[in-house]
Design a protein around this ligand. Structure first.
Ligand code: TRP
Length: 458
């Protein structure tokens, strides 16, 4: 195994991996899904799935990465031969596509942050109209998302230690801090407790197949699983790390941010007597309204703080996404990291242009033809959900059939004395070997069925 500089500490890796997981998914998607699906009931399901499905897959990915010590493609190839290498390549490609659209949405958040904090965005009379115009007129957004990509590339170009690890060590604690301050403020608003109650008292009768499905379909996206992101980060950790424990901490850290985001959002929403079931509009339309009502100074502070939080969450994720193809190029083709990063960033930015014009700018991309009938952004993020779920399923099958559970066990026992005979070992073998691939296989079919309206199950 070639030796390349990796994370300098256990906490460095944990923060970077948690930073990858914590993203727009937690702060933007989770609260609105919870709002639409019975509040706490959804939360319970979400948490259960994280620990039943995601935690084992996360352990598997990190173990593969550390065992092989190279990029996603190289790791699968080393441990399982050329054919499995394609799974790695598939993941790297998925990551490139994810970054291409993720960066556009991050650009919206970046623009909101700049224009609320330093501009006049809070004077807008109607945020629904504003947001519609904002995402369809790309003359501003082009620069915001380019700026976001440049910041991402700059950090990744500095390498794992001085770039990825250093940036996460600053941004992750800052993210938690901002989140806590905003929650504290949020809880002082009138009617705040009604929001908390809505969030925490489970409406059990609102749990149905749909709720469960909604909880599951975006789960791998939320935890950055299924495309080799954690194989890549895992390849940079040392043999004395306890992988099982680190994965548990990362899962908790991710779930915690999603959970806490609800405490920030719902009291705000209830304080304005707005329906908590607003959906994707929650962050860009409902919340700015609330910030506006706080008055020019407080609104700027709280609103600016909120969007800064969103930018940090997004940036720690885009960093991890860009690192995946970068590590691949550096490991496989022995290219210079700096040059690779900037070329990739430029290409991925260009790849994101169809997404950028898919919100009303260019008609062909705003409503795709035939049965696809959705905008390009929705289409490509749907495709990614499918790829990640299939990718996670195949990763488990790779461990079961090719790498073998005993090699997984052996890797996990390194840095984890007593693992050999623990209950955890039996649990993880059962989950990674049998339960996860079966559940993920079925889930992949459900997602494909649902997205393409095939009508087999739904
Ligand atoms: N998990 C991040 C979020 O919730 C997005 C993300 C970062 C991601 N890296 C990833 C998704 C790798 C899938 C794969 O916003």
């Amino acid at each position: 195994m070639e030796l390349r500089p990796g994370f300098t500490s256990r906490i460095g890796f944990i923060l970077a991996a948690a930073g990858s997981a914590v993203g727009l998914g937690n702060i933007w998607r989770f609260p609105y899904l919870a709002g639409q699906n019975g509040g706490a009931a959804f939360l319970v399901i979400y948490l259960a799935f994280i620990f039943l499905l995601c935690f084992p897959v996360m352990v598997g990915e990190i173990a593969i990465g550390r065992a092989a010590g190279r990029d996603a493609y190289g790791s699968y190839t080393l441990l399982g031969g050329k054919r499995w290498g394609y799974l790695g390549l598939f993941g790297i490609l998925a990551g490139i596509f994810i970054l291409s659209f993720y960066n556009v949405v991050a650009g919206w958040a970046f623009g909101y942050f700049l224009e609320i904090t330093f501009g006049n965005l809070l004077n807008e009379p109607n945020f629904r109209n504003f947001f519609g115009a904002y995402v369809s007129d790309i003359s501003d957004n082009l620069w915001f998302s380019l700026g976001f990509m440049v910041i991402t590339a700059f950090i990744v170009s500095r390498g794992i230690q001085k770039g990825v690890e250093a940036a996460n060590k600053i941004m992750m604690p800052a993210l938690y801090l901002i989140l806590l301050v905003l929650i504290a403020y949020s809880l002082t608003l009138p009617n705040a407790w009604q929001g908390v109650r809505f969030y925490l008292v489970p409406e059990l009768n609102e749990i149905n197949a749909r709720t469960i499905y909604d909880g599951l379909s975006g789960l791998f996206f939320s935890l950055s699983l299924g495309m080799g992101c954690l194989i890549t980060y895992g390849s940079y950790i040392s043999k004395d790390q306890n992988i099982v424990r680190s994965a548990a901490i990362i899962s908790v850290a991710d779930a915690m941010v999603a959970f806490l985001a609800g405490f920030m959002v719902f009291p705000m929403v209830f304080s304005q007597n707005i329906s908590p079931t607003e959906g994707p509009a929650l962050v860009f339309i409902v919340l700015p309204d609330i910030f506006q009502d706080m008055g020019p100074v407080l609104g700027r502070l709280v609103g600016g703080g909120f969007f800064l939080l969103l930018c940090f969450a997004a940036l720690t994720s885009t960093i991890s996404l860009l690192e995946v193809p970068t590590t691949y190029m550096v490991d496989q083709l022995k290219l210079n990291r700096k040059r690779v990063v900037w070329v990739l960033a430029l290409l991925i930015f260009i790849l994101g242009l169809p997404t950028m014009v898919s919100q009303g700018t260019v008609k062909a991309f705003s409503s795709l033809p035939f049965y696809l009938n959705r905008d390009f952004l929705t289409f490509i993020s749907d495709m990614c959900d499918i790829s990640l779920t299939v990718g996670g399923c195949l990763m488990c099958l790779f461990v079961l059939t090719t790498w073998k559970l005993k090699n997984l066990d052996a890797e996990l026992a390194i840095g984890n004395p007593g693992y050999e005979h623990s209950f955890m070992r039996r649990y993880l073998s059962l989950m990674i070997g049998y339960v996860c691939p079966a559940v993920l296989g079925v889930l992949s079919l459900l997602i494909i069925d649902n997205y393409f309206g095939l009508g087999i199950f739904f």
